[in-house]
Design a protein around this ligand. Structure first.
Ligand SMILES: C[S@@+](CC[C@H](N)C(=O)[O-])C[C@H]1O[C@@H](n2cnc3c(N)ncnc32)[C@H](O)[C@@H]1O
Length: 264
């Protein structure tokens, strides 16, 4: 299983929250009954449920849903318990798909920053298994990026990083930067009405920690393909220290409603 450091997930919380479409999240909530049961898939440390409970219509007292958070990493789920005290947590390897037991009695399904890891076939099975309920699938990467200032090696490095994102993470060939577009196509095939909004990270001087971690991650990811990005990394770190590096990184939020009229 592809593992994610809790510190990396903490670093991205603020950028994720700023990027997300509150409109789609609130429209998702309106699709659900009062006091719904909601399953958060690959919850990690619970950032998605936390977002809903602090930034959306569910932040009002007494309106929070009954959450079930499922993930394969028990340490992250322990953190999730700390953040979302009342949530049920389930440790499960999701590579075989979402089990019917997890979906029993669920009114809605959410996920964030997960589907770039899965394959087209896996997502097709997922879409079939959740066919009857609304979905809010946030922060799927879509392959767009823009560094400022630009660097001569950006194209080569980001192309190899994109290749690494498509590496098999246990679910088959990963969707990587093709995630958002593939998800829209597959969900539509399964009869969902899909609304999408850009949810790009817009990182700058206030995001030095995240930019530092991300640039290191990119340089490490391209090394096994024979590309030494240490000069690029050194330049980027210098720019981060001076507060001049900016990155726009493409993500999409999707609201999928089963067979309903869904004006986007
Ligand atoms: C990028 S993190 C996103 C976590 C969380 N949704 C968020 O937005 O912070 C991806 C999550 O997928 C989980 N994951 C990866 N492979 C998995 C698998 N085979 N089974 C269950 N969870 C998995 C990881 O443990 C991690 O929590």
């Amino acid at each position: 299983m592809e593992s994610f450091a809790g510190d990396w997930l903490s670093l991205r919380v603020q950028a994720d929250s700023a990027a997300r479409s509150q409109t789609l999240a609130d429209r998702f909530i309106k699709q659900l009954p009062a006091h719904p049961r909601v399953l958060d898939v690959a919850s990690g440390a619970g950032a998605n449920a936390f977002y809903f409970e602090t930034e959306t219509g569910w932040s009002a007292p007494g309106l929070a849903p009954d959450w079930t958070l499922v993930d394969g990493d028990p340490d992250l789920l322990m953190r999730a318990r700390g953040l979302n005290g009342c949530a049920d947590v389930v440790i499960a390897d999701l590579t075989p798909g979402i089990s019917p037991e997890l979906l029993a009695g669920v009114d809605g399904v959410t996920a964030s920053a997960f589907f770039d890891l899965v394959s087209e076939d896996w997502f097709d099975d997922f879409a079939r298994s959740v066919c009857g309920v609304p979905l809010l699938l946030a922060l799927s990467v879509d392959g767009r990026w823009r560094w400022s200032p630009a660097h001569d090696r950006d194209n080569d490095i980001m192309a190899l990083f994109a290749r690494d994102q498509r590496r098999d993470k246990g679910f088959g060939p990963a969707l990587g930067g093709g995630a958002a577009m593939a998800m829209i196509r597959i969900l539509t095939t399964h009869g969902f009405m899909v609304s999408s909004r850009r949810a790009d990270w817009r990182l700058g001087a206030a995001d030095a920690g995240l930019l530092d971690a991300l640039t290191r991650m990119i340089a490490a990811a391209v090394l096994p393909y024979g590309l030494d990005a240490s000069d690029w990394l050194a330049r980027r770190r210098h720019e981060i220290e001076r507060g001049v590096l900016r990155l726009r990184l493409g993500h999409m939020d999707l609201l999928a409603v089963p067979g309903a009229d869904n004006t986007s």
